[in-house]
Write a protein of this length. Structure first.
Length: 216
């Protein structure tokens, strides 16, 4: 998928191309930007409430159940994120300092389930909340946060304008639809539903989130 340059957007999040391909069960998510991918991260605010999250996202037509979420739960996406104010990958030590709880600012990957959420604004999406008192199906590497988010440990690789994430999808992903998005999210100030809203969209590869790409 090709996308025209937009000088009005931050160069590191201005999408020029996005594609997803597979080799067996390994699915490669790839994006090309107008600037240096991953060069910019959000400024730390000092706490979880109101924390900012910047992301490279590949929404797909894959059912969330392929990684362990409830079938039909929402829009299943791969995301690479940075958020210096909190860590949501408790199984992994991305900065290799011996502490698994202090490296949220290092770019890392998530499977997320997105859903339209009016509380975030007209037409806005959020990472889907887990209602209090419910126990939906969750992946084994779910990090314990009350949203449909998984921390599988796939390391994003940056190379100049390129970002690549290699993931495993049981059953494969041949023919799945996809798109490319760069966006900012924010943790709700009262840490309540919705917990994590999409607040700004920098760029959408298709222009309209129509998922025109196909995994080959």
């Amino acid at each position: 998928m090709q996308s025209a340059a937009d000088p009005a957007q931050p160069a590191a999040f201005d999408i020029l191309a996005a594609h997803v391909h597979r080799t067996g069960h390994t699915v490669t998510f790839h994006m090309t930007t107008h600037g240096t991918a991953g060069a910019d991260i959000p400024q730390a605010g000092g706490g979880l409430a109101g924390a900012r999250v910047w992301s490279y996202v590949w929404p797909t037509s894959l059912d969330p159940s392929v990684v362990g979420f409830e079938a039909g739960a929402g829009i299943h996406a791969m995301a690479a994120t940075s958020h210096p104010d909190f860590d949501d990958t408790p199984l992994f030590d991305e900065n290799r300092d011996g502490d698994t709880g202090n490296d949220g600012g290092v770019w890392h990957s998530h499977w997320v389930v997105l859903a339209p959420t009016p509380e975030c604004g007209v037409g806005a999406l959020a990472v889907k909340d887990i209602p209090e008192g419910t126990t939906p199906p969750l992946p084994l590497t779910w990090p314990g946060v009350p949203v449909l988010l998984d921390s599988p440990g796939y390391t994003p690789v940056f190379d100049g304008p390129e970002i690549t994430v290699n993931a495993v999808v049981a059953g494969g992903a041949e023919g799945a639809a996809f798109d490319g998005v760069t966006a900012a999210l924010r943790v709700n100030g009262d840490l309540h539903a919705p917990l994590l809203c999409v607040t700004d969209v920098f760029d959408i590869a298709s222009g309209d989130l129509s998922l025109p790409g196909r995994v080959d």
